[in-house]
Design a protein around this ligand. Structure first.
Ligand code: F6R
Length: 248
């Protein structure tokens, strides 16, 4: 696992955005695996900047997002579709037809959106670069920590109370916070050619420590499954590295 320790979160965003910049510059029809969450949100303006300065052309870029809430419409401002439109897609010259975010407001739409996902995931080659954040419990995508098992493929997942609580800040009323999501499974994530995981904040220290301190894999920290991949880069700032006991 490659680990890049930055001086602060700003530099973490620069490093990750530059990885996408270099990829798209070298391969204009690259397939990007994208994430949402506050970590990813801070990085997208830099990807927009590259476009505005005329340095990047997104017209042939294809994207697949990691996950989406079940139970809220895609027009809801907190849906990951609306967030991606707002943070990136509406500000660059990407063809929205080439972007995919799971779409299942109702339970019965889950199988159809998963079928469409697999078409997008494998059509024309695997994801070139998959962006990941990490939950305090080690979740990647919404593959929540579980004492017994994880699910390999794309699936609907019940969110843990901790994750629901962490997401509550984005919704007006507690009863509005989604309690389930559709997510890529670990097999789907690991099918990317290259993965970059970015994290900041002390709540992530334990999960990052489990990822970097040994070679063990556990369902209790889903991010540890990234140890099975041959090309993963973890980008964390000095503060988080210290809290996670990472010495380099
Ligand atoms: C979002 C996602 C989640 C987040 C994670 C970290 O698409 O897949 O795994 O990356 O919950 O979120 P933040 O950055 O908000 O702490």
């Amino acid at each position: 696992m490659n680990v890049i320790v930055t001086k602060d979160f700003c530099e973490t965003c620069d490093v990750v955005a530059k990885m996408f910049f270099e990829l798209i510059s070298a391969k204009p029809d690259a397939k990007l695996g994208l994430a949402t969450g506050t970590t990813a949100e801070e990085m997208y303006p830099l990807m927009v900047d590259y476009f505005k300065k005329g340095k990047l052309d997104y017209s042939k870029v294809r994207t697949v997002n990691l996950d989406e809430y079940v139970g809220i419409p895609k027009t809801h401002e907190q849906s990951y579709r609306a967030s991606m439109d707002r943070w990136l897609f509406d500000s660059v010259n990407i063809d929205k037809e080439n972007t995919f975010v799971f779409d299942a407001q109702n339970e019965n739409e889950v199988p159809k959106t998963i079928e469409e996902f697999y078409k997008r995931l494998y059509e024309g080659g695997n994801i070139d670069l998959q962006l990941l954040g990490i939950g305090a419990n080690g979740h990647v995508g919404f593959n929540e920590a579980n004492a017994d098992f994880l699910t390999a493929g794309a699936h609907k997942e019940a969110l843990t109370p901790g994750t629901i609580n962490a997401n509550a800040r984005f919704f007006d009323r507690p009863e509005d916070v989604p309690t389930s999501a559709i997510t890529m499974g670990l097999r789907d994530i690991l099918s990317a050619k290259k993965i970059v995981l970015a994290a900041f904040g002390k709540s992530k220290a334990e999960a990052i420590s489990g990822l970097l301190s040994d070679d063990n894999i556990t369902t209790k920290n889903p991010a540890t499954f990234l140890k099975l991949h041959h090309n993963v880069t973890v980008v964390i700032d000095r503060g988080l590295a210290g809290l996670a006991g990472y010495k380099g």
